[in-house]
Design a protein around this ligand. Structure first.
Ligand SMILES: O=C(O)c1ccc(O)c(O)c1
Ligand SMILES: [Mg+2]
Length: 615
């Protein structure tokens, strides 16, 4: 039997994290990293001597895997070369004091450099010879915007030509994947020449490569690059060094480095699992099958407004929790809890989504997975005779509870509310279609990674729309069978103070098989359906040429419309009963995939008018 390969070292570049060098090292160590790439600027700005940094890293259990970057070295005239070699000697002295044995050399962007591979190879060989005498290795990295060398294939051709044992390549996923690079040459590079591997994800953007790289890199799993394929290819080529994150990101540079390093570690654990690299001991994500419930936290007055809104939407009050001030509302398979316990965080005062219960095939495994991925598992407050629901906190504080409703009902969470038989829905609501949660700007990318890794959900491609009070970006995360849909929204730019719209709105979208019948029934019960103006329907007619009957019905009931492929989506909203949460009623047919994003600006403006009228 073969022994399992040793766990691979995980590293992080100091440039990923905010703060002083000391802050960064402390955070990296606390999150469980074994090594760091020290970014030169962090050292230069530090008051600690290189010897002290070395000592501190040792105390924290961190190896210094890379010193970087050494810039603009190769393919230069003789006098520039002499100056560059002198500069290198100084850095090698510094590395000796740090105890770092690998230096990263980025391909040149200098106007002094010339397009001459032979010259580049010869000069890099001279550098490697100098380094070897000091026990140092040089790894050469093609920046995607390098002046003459901007692909890893080209960097490898030069390294091969230089043919020195102390010279190898550094592969950086960003530089390769941002250019749509072909990975096949990676397999042809001998393992002993693969000196270092840097990992970063990114959103797909059509922009200057340098700007994209310096501002928008993301941790693996947060963006749209296929890092599993990339890492799989590099490991298959025999790379044996650390998996190291190198993420330049404007938000992370400002974020508390402690949680940011944990997020970074989560991204690596999930990535290793996806390439079946010596996988961390993580249970696979248990199968999910739809939302069990949504819990809304409220104070007394917003609780009353939520309760009357739910009653107007045809929900039936189906019981109270046996020990907590939590009321269960039910219609079809949609279950909504209104929790008016006074100890809830203050921000829930105006009525906010506090928890989502999801059906898991194996709730304990769901929790173990969350723990393995460093998600905060919440303390349990159940009494011994109550359902023991394990829960974890999402980055925005929403609790996720793993439920097994169907298997053993009395032992399940519903038992705590007194079992009540389902009745025919009073207003045609059959279940919960999705929830949409606006994320704090700084936590959007973290949230995508959280749902993707911890719950095993798949992110759909991002969409952007121009809402009345700022651009919104949105990404839906879904389980394989699309029974759990969570839309994550955020401002495209950090919000300024002028924010007359609802701050951090949250939508609970309820499904109906007949949106017009639901609209009629709900209006009769006094639901405050938000009015949509004629301009919208005129435009709909111009764009989509709907059948006149359908268009008239949409207009009459203030129902919004979208379609894709064969699918259609019809939806309407009711007024926001508190400060954040609102309900939509949606009808989705023939596999329509989105959530009517195109209509969101119209819906938001309509909500705004409604609030002004109510004042
Ligand atoms: O943006 C840069 O300059 C830079 C420096 C070092 C790297 O490893 C890199 O990928 C980019
Ligand atoms: Mg790099």
């Amino acid at each position: 039997m073969s022994t399992p390969p040793a766990e691979r070292a995980r590293s992080i570049a100091t440039v990923c994290l905010s703060g002083s060098l000391e802050d960064k090292l402390t955070a990296a160590s606390a999150a469980g990293f074994a090594g760091v790439e020290i970014f030169e600027n962090d050292l230069i700005a530090s008051a600690a001597s290189p010897e002290r940094v070395r000592e501190r890293c040792a105390e924290l259990g961190l190896s210094i895997d890379l010193y970087q970057p050494f810039r603009d070295f190769e393919a230069v005239p003789g006098d520039v070369l002499r100056a560059n070699l002198r500069r290198a000697e100084h850095k090698f002295d510094l590395m000796a004091r740090l105890g770092a044995d690998t230096v990263l050399v980025c391909s040149s962007v200098s106007p002094d450099s010339v397009d001459d591979d032979d010259l580049a190879a010869e000069q890099l060989r001279e550098l490697a010879e100098l380094a070897a005498g000091r026990g140092i290795r040089v790894c050469y990295e093609a920046l995607a915007w390098g002046r003459f060398v901007n692909t890893y294939e080209h960097a490898w051709r030069i390294v091969r030509r230089a043919d020195h044992p102390a010279l190898g390549v550094c592969l950086d996923s960003f530089h390769i994947l941002s250019r749509g690079g072909d990975l096949t040459t990676i397999r042809t590079i001998p393992a002993e020449r693969l000196f270092f591997l840097q990992l970063a994800d990114a959103p797909r953007l059509n922009m200057d490569l340098l700007q994209w790289s310096r501002h928008h890199r993301l941790f693996p799993g947060q963006g749209e690059f296929d890092l599993a394929e990339f890492v799989g290819t590099v490991l298959a080529a025999g790379y044996a060094g650390p998996l190291s994150l190198e993420v330049f990101n404007d938000v992370f540079r400002q974020a508390d480095p402690g949680p940011a390093a944990v997020d970074a570690m989560r991204s690596l654990l999930a990535l290793e699992e996806s390439v079946a690299a010596p996988a961390p001991a993580l249970p696979a994500p248990p199968e999910l099958s739809g939302p069990a419930f949504v819990e809304l936290g409220a104070d007394e007055s917003s609780g009353e407004r939520l309760n009357s809104t739910l009653a107007a939407l045809g929900f039936r009050s189906a019981g109270w929790h046996r020990s907590k001030p939590v009321r269960l509302w039910q219609q079809g398979a949609a279950r909504i809890l209104v929790n008016t316990a006074p100890d809830q965080p203050e921000h829930r005062g105006g009525g906010a989504l506090a928890a989502i219960g999801v059906h898991s095939a194996d709730p304990p495994a769901s929790t173990r997975r969350a723990e393995g991925l460093l998600a905060p598992v919440l303390p349990r407050s159940a009494r011994p005779d109550e359902a023991d629901l394990s829960s974890v906190a999402a980055p925005d504080g929403t609790a996720l509870l793993f439920c097994r409703t169907d298997a053993d009902r009395d032992a399940g969470w519903l038992g705590d509310f007194g079992a009540s038989e389902p009745e025919a829905p009073a207003a045609g609501v059959t279940g919960i279609d999705h929830v949409a949660l606006t994320q704090p700007f700084d936590h959007f990318d973290e949230a995508i990674l959280f749902y993707r890794s911890v719950l095993g959900l798949r992110p759909a491609p991002p969409v952007e729309f121009a809402a009345p009070f700022g651009l919104v970006r949105s990404r839906m995360v879904l389980d394989r069978d699309e029974t759990v849909r969570i839309a994550l929204d955020s401002a495209v730019l950090r919000r300024g103070p002028w924010a007359p719209g609802v701050r951090h709105p949250q939508c609970v979208a309820l499904s109906s098989d007949d949106v017009f019948a639901s609209a009629r029934a709900m209006r009769e019960r006094g639901a405050a359906v938000v009015a949509i103006p004629d301009n919208y329907y005129d435009d709909l007619d111009a764009r989509l040429r709907l059948a006149p009957d359908l268009l008239a019905a949409l207009r009459e009931h203030s129902v919004l419309y979208d379609r894709d492929g064969d699918g259609e989506y019809l939806h309407f909203s009711v007024a926001v009963p508190g400060s954040r949460v609102f309900f939509e009623i949606v009808q989705r047919t023939n596999g329509y995939r989105g959530r009517g994003e195109i209509n969101a600006p119209v819906r938001m403006a309509a909500h705004r008018r409604r609030r002004l009228e109510a004042q």
